[in-house]
Design a protein around this ligand. Sequence first.
Ligand code: SAM
Ligand code: SF4
Length: 422
Amino acid sequence: MPGYHVWTIGCQMNKADSRRLAVRLEEAGYRDSSLLEESDVVILNSCVVRQSAENKVIHKLDSLRGLKKKYPQIKIVLTGCMVSYDDREMKNHFPWVDLFLPPQEWDAFDRWLYEHGTARIHAGPAPGKHPVSALVPIVHGCDSFCSYCVVPYRRGRVRSRPVDEIVREVTELVHGETREACLLGQIVDQYGVDLVACPDLADLLGELNGIRELCRIRFLTSHPLYMSDKLIQAMARLEKVCEHVSLPVQSGDDEVLAAMKRGYSSQQYLDLVRSIRYHVPEASISTDVIVGFPGETRQQFARTLNLLQEVRFDKVHVASYSPRPETYSAKSMLDDVEPAEKESRRTQVEDMQHEISAAINAGLMGQTVEVLVEGEKKGKLQGRTRSDKLVFFPGPRDLIGQLVSVRIDKTSPFALQGSCCS
Ligand code: SAM
Ligand code: SF4
């Protein structure tokens, strides 16, 4: 049986795209192979949002050059945000790659697989096709053009999937093992703006909430400009919608926010957080921050620290600014914060957040939480609370896919440990 191997780096959308490619390969008769040299098709799903991610992709591509030389029959596919529609330059740089697939070009992949693949049989439903928690892209692309971000150049304009298509997909997933749908979009709360009837995310959540076998619904990533009162109220009202919001702030300073072209002020962001916490008091909130944006002074950075201290997020993803080709900031602004200073700011954010997350999670000590069991890791069951906290506890495998009550007896900034009491 022919084998495939998928290597993924980057965001949840990339993980969702990789799963879709794997399912297509499985249904064409390929089987997942952990060994590259035993694979017939190797897929690299790339991320170029930051230079550090791009470096990892290039390193991986370089290592595949040797593989291709030794096993020329292996087909190598590069997809994800590194690939644009004009692949001429890429072909010169990486001639050992067989297919440059722009993100989410499923039909082009199917055609290529049909023409170049070695398997033809329809192998039935793919294993892993219905994960307990399924990533479901609902809106592709982004029109926001934040000054630092390469995503709109690589993933194109906003395209929402019709409500009925998403409901059909989730219904099919829950007929398998799926119990949680995690709805994805670069700006997930912009869902529907381009559809004729203009349904919004709150409408879609209402539809999905009615699917009987579905236990939980999540959505990410939200943009502060588009998170409406209607959406917050839907989160408060619909029992399957989990109390978790991923709401990138990026900076706590208004001048930096304006230079980033984010479209909101720090006060507007704080007001939004207040409103979320008023309507959904149990909500956990995570955020993204960029440090060392062009021109960011120490005082401006201190405002970011103040905002993080004021909001007390459950989780913060912090990145040092890196100029990305094609973006406004890379073309028009000087990357003038020294690398050592960026690193120091990044560490300060991490250290502060480490303490905040530790204190928030310690508050769960001794409490009983509802966990959806997603799988096993290192001999323990692994799942998440409604508020997106990772929980590990001992128990039998047949609890996978079930909602169980877990009493928390150990906490850390990153995860909780407990024992099953249901
Ligand atoms: N759409 C989301 C939003 O509005 O923030 C985030 C999507 S973006 C692909 C993921 C994260 O990567 C961003 O939140 C930002 O913190 C980070 N990021 C994007 N471009 C970056 C850059 N040039 N340098 C450093 N971090 C960057
Ligand atoms: Fe990038 Fe901004 Fe779009 Fe998020 S909203 S994907 S940061 S351009």
